[in-house]
Design a protein around this ligand. Sequence first.
Ligand SMILES: Nc1nc2c(ncn2[C@@H]2O[C@H](COP(=O)(O)OP(=O)(O)OP(=O)(O)O)[C@@H](O)[C@H]2O)c(=O)[nH]1
Ligand SMILES: [Mg+2]
Length: 444
Amino acid sequence: MFDDLSSKLQSTFKSLSGQSKITELNIAEAVREIRRALLDADVNYEVAREFTKKVKDEALEANVITSVSPGQQFTKIVYDELTSILGQTQEDIRFAATPPTVILICGLQGSGKTTFAGKLGKFLKSKGRNPLLAAADVYRPAAVEQLKTLAGQIEVPVYSIEEKDAVRTAKEALQHAKQNAHDVLIIDTAGRLHVDEKMMKEVAEIKAAVQPNEILFVVDSMTGQDAVNTAKEFDATIDFDGVVLTKLDGDTRGGAALSIRNVVDKPIKFISMGEKVDSLTPFFPDRMAQRILGMGDVVSLVEKAQQEFDEDEAQKLQKKIKSDKFDLEDFYSQIQQIKKMGSLQDLAGMIPGVSQKLKDTEIDDNALVPIEAIISSMTPDERRDPNLLNAGRKRRIANGSGTSVRAVNDLLKQFSQMKKMMKTMTKMGKMGRAMQGLKNLTGK
Ligand SMILES: Nc1nc2c(ncn2[C@@H]2O[C@H](COP(=O)(O)OP(=O)(O)OP(=O)(O)O)[C@@H](O)[C@H]2O)c(=O)[nH]1
Ligand SMILES: [Mg+2]
């Protein structure tokens, strides 16, 4: 699975690992290769574009961690982004508060619905549930038999009727489940070669009749972008809750898996990797990303290094504040950190203690813009030692930042007040201090 994509991504990382550091140039090169690899894997064009843009931005912004190589650090960035487009976290079936939980299975012909119904039955049974299968594919004579054979293997009963009426089958199966203490009802439906009105109508009717807690759309991952398009069409009519990707054991290039979440905005809930009833796995975005990269060890190495780096930074900062060495350079990097974390107002709300004080004050994110501009216009020496700033330098900075000498003076004055206050506030957390300082600076 994903062999080709995996090896292409890994060779990109290898070419980076020969480099001593991440530069704009080698990032651009690596990102181009990744984009090509994604497109070759049949990933949706828009998704591939968005993906590489995010990876590039992250790589350019990343702190250089000396304990890991650029290739390793870059691998982690790609891993995070892969996890994110795959859906970030695992999403479970939504079980009904009052059983039975009704699960409706839909999808194109041959996508693997019936096989999945069996697998899901077995999976749920192993979790201590008591499922019932409903044979609502009433057209193909062999369909009911196929479900019954599967069900026999997993020792789960099947509800079916003589009459060729899918809606009635589903309705009666629900009654039957209620009467016989089945806490889950899994409804297998008929597929067609293409999305057509009749099939959609039938699934919609079953949906209306039994009001499923969960509608799962089954899609053959071998069909690549067609799978994504079909998912879109189904979703528009049926509004399903989750996707099941089948046939991931085949030599699928991975395009469907990597695009579907993004294009349809519905989570992948299960993956199926084989014809036997025992190969159903809940879908874990992070595990899948690791599999694609084949580099789980690198990812955890960088995570650890990142953590140490952050702690290190926090400690350095604390020391600087205590010894009165916190300068505009540090302040500037704090602003960058804070900006990465979201809006100031939201941030304030998350900090205990500070949140009380700031509750009623409006914090304007734009207030940071002139501050950043002023600090950006300073030379590194000036940032480290604001005493260098004579009238001439201040004028230069005011011009360079599109502000005024007065604004520069205000910033310097407020910064020195903030420094004093920070020293007295060492009891509060790092963010608390920064927030309080920013509040003073923005003058609100
Ligand atoms: N390799 C592999 N084959 C699978 C998987 N899931 C299903 N199949 C096979 O794909 C074929 C179609 O599977 P079904 O479960 O009958 O598909 P369906 O969606 O119910 O098909 P219709 O009822 O005709 O619409 C069968 O030969 C299955 O054995 C899988 O995860 N991996
Ligand atoms: Mg079937």
